[in-house]
Design a protein around this ligand. Sequence first.
Ligand code: 13P
Length: 289
Amino acid sequence: MLVSATDMINKAHEGHYAIGAFNINNMEWIKAILLGCEAKKAPVMLGVSEGAGKYMCGFDNVVGMVKHIHDNLGITVPVALHLDHGSYEGAKACIEAGFTSVMFDGSHYDFEENEAKSKEIIALAHSKGISVECEVGGIGGTEDGVTSAGELADPEECAKIAGLGVDFLAAGIGNIHGKYPADWAGLNFDRLAEIQKATNGKPLVLHGGSGIPREQVQKAITLGVSKVNVNTECQLVFADATRKYIEAGKDLEGKGYDPRKLLKPGTDAVQALVEDMVENFFGCAGKAE
Ligand code: 13P
């Protein structure tokens, strides 16, 4: 059974570790992440962007695929199926479709509209036992064609959204989606501490988890980050392992072109990365025991 993320995130916040929220793109990704987290006994969130949902033939299909794969693999760790950077319509659609957690990202609206829409989505989701993440202050970079400059979140606005009863809050602290530029200034820990104080200890979410120096992420976790989103790093290890397989001519040996063989090195690489991250990076390994 898939679960709301509220309990796992609250426990992570109390225990000063973080839950990994890994984006999924297809069946291989779902299997790799679930098997990796099961092996490490780590609770996990599977993030689905609206673009990935469309690619996987709609939110209903994503819910069905994740539920069936979860049951078929005999997964016992808590798993939340979470909409990542949802629009207002997308969040409502996922609540209907059977997601167990949604993010409503209203950071591109003016604050009053973000607040009003966040309030509505929180009430709707909570009426069905679904956890909600909202966003204040854009995360830098480009995701699903939407580019944000990555401003720092305003602690007062964060406090207002926290006061609506959101379960966890994404707040910009200099983080960027995708690869970090060489001249990146790093995470703004002063702002993070201010936001944590202003929100009375609301669990915070770090987007753009790929490529941040590990000690910075670990410091952010000590300051109240309880969920770290990772997408690009999984994509990079998948692409790298697949390229090596093909460059070594393995697809031309025997039936190496069989998609189950062709996609295996990349899928194994995603699983290995997930296992490493939950154990050595986020500290959530063993927390599902
Ligand atoms: P990365 O692709 O930078 O890991 O970011 C993932 C993310 O924040 C999804 O919302």
